[in-house]
Design a protein around this ligand. Structure first.
Ligand code: C5P
Length: 225
């Protein structure tokens, strides 16, 4: 066991229109956050799971997960990048860290292994991603401006795996420069560091809207069968 998983779970999930933040909605017996954390906790390469919580979080301490000795929590910030930074401050800068959205509960052990082996083999950070399948359009207001070739387009998923110290520095500097940092790879790109694309499963969705809950439940039930 050698890697840390960092799960940003400090969002308020406003697009879910629920009374609790989306990571605390139930997918069957467990909440989304518990479902996600358990996949990492049971992976043989993961030694620690660092969970980033909202400053006013009042739900985490009620989960049985809170008693697991391999879990550590820190307080997050206004944007996802601020929350990831808070997690990185608590990480060993020389170690590889897998940053994974708490809101992606359908992540599988095999996809985590695939990312880790790519990073170990190439000694270069990487992300899970899927190739775009639809025809892509650039829009101008409500009209099509042009068709964009999808050949080189990927959906960026998580986990995204980088050296903690390098990632922290790049996010800090990119934010200072005003760059939009919507995932870890965007900070590495900003610093011209190479990022490998590792093909992941397309069922690794981010639960965002109410209808995604049923979809995530179904994907998980299919994975088990
Ligand atoms: O809002 P979005 O779906 O992009 O959030 C992705 C992940 O980042 C979620 O797990 C959410 O809890 C987390 N997040 C965070 N801190 C924020 C905003 C989002 O940890 N300020």
């Amino acid at each position: 066991k050698q890697y840390t998983a960092l799960l940003p779970a400090a969002g308020i999930g406003s697009r879910m229109q629920a009374s609790v933040p989306k990571q605390y909605l139930c997918l069957g017996e467990l909440t989304i956050l518990e479902t996600t954390a358990k996949v990492f906790l049971s992976h043989p390469a993961i030694m620690q799971v660092l969970i980033v919580l909202h400053p006013e979080d009042k739900w985490f301490s009620q989960l049985s997960l809170a008693k697991d000795s391999r879990i550590q929590t820190v307080t997050g910030g206004d944007e996802r990048a601020d929350s990831v930074l808070a997690g990185l401050q608590a990480s060993n800068p020389n170690e590889w860290v897998l940053v994974h959205d708490a809101a992606r509960p359908c992540i599988t052990q095999s996809d985590i292994s695939k990312l880790i082996s790519s990073v170990e083999k190439q000694q270069c950070g990487g992300i899970l991603a899927t190739q775009v399948r639809d025809t892509m359009k650039r829009g101008a207001k409500d009209k099509v401006a042009e068709t964009v070739s999808r050949e080189q387009l990927w959906h960026a998923l998580t986990p995204q795996m980088f050296k903690a110290g390098e990632l922290k520095e790049n996010i800090q500097n990119a934010l200072l420069s005003g760059a939009a940092i919507t995932d870890e790879a965007s900070a590495m790109e900003w610093a011209s560091s190479p990022v490998s694309l590792v093909t992941g499963r397309s069922d690794n969705i981010k639960v965002t809207c109410p209808e995604d809950l049923a979809l995530a439940k179904w994907f998980i039930s299919q994975q088990k069968s």
